[in-house]
Design a protein around this ligand. Structure first.
Ligand SMILES: [Zn+2]
Length: 290
């Protein structure tokens, strides 16, 4: 995937890389730690253990601390992700204006390291990238992209771009009222039925990610290169519920699927990418592929 016109604006970007909740060792770092270490040495203790003990018993609230060595972590991935994020917003802004006569409100991209907080609760790198409808922000620990490559075996630019465009797709669903409609069903239908609805929501976000690819090319923002489609498909396959369950448990439990199978996710992404037509993305009524 080649950028022809990358939008590097940081207007809707919140950079929390390297910012964490103060574990006490950061708070008592520096001079305090040295003093404690010296005292510990005088007392014949292992100094590091002493510092640790002080940390664990120190009262008070945790403070926000900044780890300067990590504030620019994955800078290249940040530039890339911000480019995809901005271009997806540019594409949706145009589609909303020309096809829906609606104003598109841009979400915010938040990058973080290890853990952060959102209106939807605490976020850790372990949950992967996600969109929070309550604050209309998408959260990503950029280290996820290393995981995507090493653990999920999905490499290449379009694989990474798909992840970001999928989250922006959830924001589109929020603006169109689809997520709010979904929330009305929460707790009112069986878990298995709710999961089925959730699969449709996720497949639609995959479709919308594909729609972005189509229009980003049409608007001369990106140009696809050989291998890009395969790259994206390696990602939609890797994040299929069946692929993940088979890998982690050795078998699948279809009732517990929340995102769709590898075949379904690939089908909807491709459909969006090939048609670019939002009217073809009614995953709730169109059974598509099973
Ligand atoms: Zn999703």
């Amino acid at each position: 995937m080649k950028w022809i016109n990358r939008n590097d604006s940081e207007a809707n970007f919140e950079d929390r890389r390297g910012k964490g909740r103060g574990k006490r060792n950061a708070a008592v770092g520096g001079l305090g730690a040295i003093v404690i270490a010296v005292i510990a040495l005088l007392l014949g203790q292992n100094p590091f253990q002493a510092v640790e003990m002080v940390n664990s018993i120190a009262p008070g609230e945790s403070t926000e601390v900044i780890d300067p060595s990590r504030v620019n972590e994955n800078e290249e991935l940040k530039v890339f992700t911000l480019g995809v994020f901005n271009s997806a917003n540019d594409v949706w802004d145009e589609i909303f204006r020309t096809q829906m006569e609606q104003n598109y409100q841009r979400p915010t991209l938040v990058t973080f390291t290890d853990e952060t907080v959102s209106e939807c609760g605490g976020a850790s790198a372990a949950v992967g990238p996600f969109y929070c409808p309550a604050d209309q922000k998408m959260y990503i620990d950029l280290n996820f992209f290393h995981q995507l490559r090493s653990e999920f075996g999905a490499r290449g630019d379009l694989a990474m771009a798909y992840v970001t465009a999928h989250e922006v797709g959830h924001h589109v669903q929020k603006l169109l009222g689809i997520i709010d409609q979904m929330n009305q069903y929460r707790g009112r239908i069986s878990e298995a039925d709710y999961n089925k609805l959730n699969v449709k929501l996720e497949l639609q976000a995959d479709f919308l990610a594909g729609v972005w690819v189509y229009h980003a090319q049409r608007l001369n923002i990106i140009q696809l290169e050989p291998g890009d489609l395969e790259s994206a498909i390696s990602a939609t396959t890797a994040v299929g519920d069946d692929t993940i369950q088979k890998k982690s448990m050795g078998y699948t439990v279809p009732d517990s699927f929340t995102h769709g199978t590898a075949v379904q996710r690939t089908y909807w992404f491709r459909k969006g990418m090939e048609s670019g037509d939002i009217r073809q993305g009614d995953t709730f009524n169109d059974p598509g592929l099973r």
